[in-house]
Design a binder for this molecule. Structure first.
Ligand code: A3P
Length: 300
């Protein structure tokens, strides 16, 4: 376990470094203290080819995409009121339960760390990404609420520096996106749907339709409309805030709502970045974004 230090030289959280990845400290499966053991567990799972995983850098709309995908796949617009199943930390029992039900998972891992059989079976992957400025703000607000972080004395500007240098859980946004871009280039025929948070905001119906088509589910038009309505931020957040998952208190002491649902907007970064921070960020990204081949939207 390695501490991540704040600007005052004090640990503000912990990670487990593994194969270029910063695995969130102490979030791993019960009793497992090594990332290699956590990932080895995953390789024991077997999969059918209709299983789906939402992959994302944290705070990119994972939960939102998961709910849409879950609704499409199960044909029911009921929300999931437990913590979402995630390859990285869910217990093996929880993951096996998913296999018996919706067969939709999430993950923040790099492609080479996903379960071996999942990849060999070419199970479908939905990669959701979001503009890195809004991710920074969302990550900051979220991390502040986590038990596993001590960020009382950390402001946004300091967090932004840690986020840019990769002194955060899961490392930098840029490295994460690069890992997935390389995977896409090396395995161009792997069934992977790339979807931007901002596109889901702008074109919700089209996005639900894209997800349905990708996972080969032919939903009736009224059901697509129902999903769009239920997955609007206000509707979804209202439900989530009044139906907190039972086991969320191990993650947070925050009791005033579901910590994965905050504002759900595009462009909140404007309320947090200074002009200088924004200019420096844009300058850094100037050469990086074209190489990633991503269409990044900072405002709608
Ligand atoms: P904000 O903190 O900017 O509000 P993740 O699920 O990957 O952790 O991402 C969380 C972010 O997605 C949070 O962003 C959260 O509010 C936003 N989000 C969750 N549900 C959403 C929805 N239905 N529509 C838009 N944004 C949503």
């Amino acid at each position: 376990m390695k501490p991540l230090l704040n600007d005052r030289g004090k640990p503000y959280t912990e990670v487990m470094e593994y194969d270029g990845y910063l695995f969130p400290g102490k979030l791993g499966r019960k009793g497992k203290t090594k990332v290699s053991e956590i990932l080895a567990d995953l390789n024991e799972l077997s999969f059918e080819d209709d299983e789906v995983c939402i992959v994302s850098y944290p705070k990119s709309g994972t939960h939102w995409t998961y709910e849409i995908c879950h609704m499409v796949k199960t044909g029911s617009s009921d929300f999931i009121d437990t913590l979402v199943p995630i390859f990285d930390y869910s217990s093996m029992e929880e993951l096996k339960e998913v296999q018996a039900t919706s067969r939709v998972y999430t993950s923040h891992l790099y492609p080479r760390h996903l379960p071996k059989q999942f990849m060999e079976k070419r199970c479908k992957i939905i990669l959701v990404y979001r503009n890195p400025k809004d991710v920074a703000v969302s990550y900051f607000k979220y991390s502040k609420k986590l038990r596993l972080h001590d960020m009382e004395d950390m402001g946004f500007s300091e967090f932004l520096r840690h986020y840019i240098s990769g002194n955060v859980w899961c490392g930098t946004w840029v490295k994460w996106m690069k890992e997935w871009k390389t995977f896409k280039e090396e395995t161009p025929d792997y069934p992977l749907l790339e979807i931007a948070y901002e596109d889901m905001k702008k074109n919700p119906k089209e996005s639900v339709q894209r997800i349905s088509d990708f996972i080969s589910v032919n939903s009736p038009p009224q059901f697509t409309d129902e999903i769009v309505e239920k997955c609007k931020f206000k509707v979804m957040a209202a439900h989530k805030h009044s139906n907190l998952p039972q086991n969320m208190e191990y993650l947070t002491a925050f009791e005033n709502g579901h910590i994965f649902y905050r504002k759900g907007e595009v462009g909140d970064w404007k309320n947090h970045f200074t002009v200088a921070e924004n200019e420096a960020f844009d300058k850094d990204m100037e050469t990086i974004l074209p190489k990633l081949g991503l269409n990044i939207t900072y405002e709608l």
